[in-house]
Design a protein around this ligand. Sequence first.
Ligand code: FAD
Length: 448
Amino acid sequence: MTAEPHARVDNYWDASKKPRVVSPPLIGDAAVDVAIIGAGYTGLSTAFHLKAAEPSLEIAVLESETVGFGASGRNAGFVMTLFGASVGMMKALHGGARVREAHDYMVRSIAGLEAMLAEHKLDCDYERSGFLKVATSPRYVARIRDEIALFEELGIEGYRWLNIGELAGRVRSPTFLGGCLEPGCGLINPRKWVDALAGLALGKGVRLYEQTRVNKVRREGGKFHLSTDNGTVTADKLVFASNGYTHLIPGMRSKQLPAFVFIVVSEPLTAEQRAAIGWAGREGIEDGRNFMHFYRLTPDNRILMGGGPGFVPFAGRMHHDAYPAAWQHLEEFIGTTFPALRGIRIAHRWGGAFSVTANSTPQIGTLHGGAAAYSVGCTGHGVAMTHMNGRILRDLVLGRSSDLTDLWFVNRRSLPLPPEPFSSLGAKAVTVAMALDDWWCARGAKPT
Ligand SMILES: Cc1cc2nc3c(=O)[nH]c(=O)nc-3n(C[C@H](O)[C@H](O)[C@H](O)COP(=O)(O)OP(=O)(O)OC[C@H]3O[C@@H](n4cnc5c(N)ncnc54)[C@H](O)[C@@H]3O)c2cc1C
């Protein structure tokens, strides 16, 4: 990794966000019914749904930085149905019936998100623009068509193969050989969504402590004691909504690993550039790679390009928000995909960590005999599901049995990650295998 020429992190969503008053940190001690660690989508929606269900509960959300500091303020805003890793891998691991159930959950999550936007009149630049998974080599054509066939075999609807001509009618790239259209997906402004969730939680009377890192969690006398730099929170119930940072909390190391991914955003496209590439439907697009590229238009018609080179940091270290080599790759990849945009000025570059579990499957569950609950492992696909995960966490905290807590991925016995250095070495082996598979699949790509 080099530090030049672009080492500065500059998140487009932050640059374009509406001003928000940052809540003061915890100074002194506090006692609450429920403490929640993390003010991303998961923590804030858990707080909101809990307070809506039981208004008398005292709930505190503790955030080490500010609202949306983690993946929730940094993602690409794809609102999608993908649960965990690829559908083929999920079927191999969990069987067809569970893949169907997870897919239904994701469809319900998108509907729930749209319902929340409508009910609370939230302006989050949401577009039901659909999702395209594009094939950029003959092997990806075969792989994506196999995925569509697998969905059909499982009785899951909503995917349609577009041949090269049909796809070109939507968005023009010399690298596209066809693709799968999923109209049920959307795009959102991720920063507006997390700020909106904070507003909803605060509006219900949730206490939010920003710039308040939880350094240690101790269970004593039937209560949790959360130590922060300037005070302690005592709580009957605890929710870990710390996602890709969860391994840093003592006692939670084996739950998940962080994986870093990077994004660039261009200057706004000119009318000529828009005309050259088409894309009137503004679909979110991904390719078929393991280290996939994902791209979309922003509300002000810039191109956001993300993915490509990413990595699992050694021993879960988190200081990797800048990766100039990945930014350089993404900048060049814009020109490869859309020659009319070659050389377009890049205005924003950033990166962040998503959360991966040992089997790449989201996990929601309880600890300490039900007194604590956690959610990890959205595997880079948490925008749609996290507000619904918040409803599951609500039910777990309240000790309620519901259709949500009956879902197969809730309170499921899960594989712990091994201690270091085995975790990092295992992750390295998996990422090398993924990269080799990407190399093999890309061979035979149509020349551009
Ligand atoms: C670059 C990138 C692009 C992505 N793109 C997409 C996409 O397009 N579509 C999609 O579906 N998903 C995407 N994802 C994944 C998605 O953003 C996440 O699944 C989702 O935001 C997870 O939300 P969360 O609330 O669980 O976690 P986070 O938003 O990560 O929130 C966790 C919070 O906990 C806080 N925290 C951690 N430890 C402590 C502590 N000890 N004390 C106090 N606070 C603590 C952190 O500061 C953080 O704010 C992307 C992720 C990344 C990184």
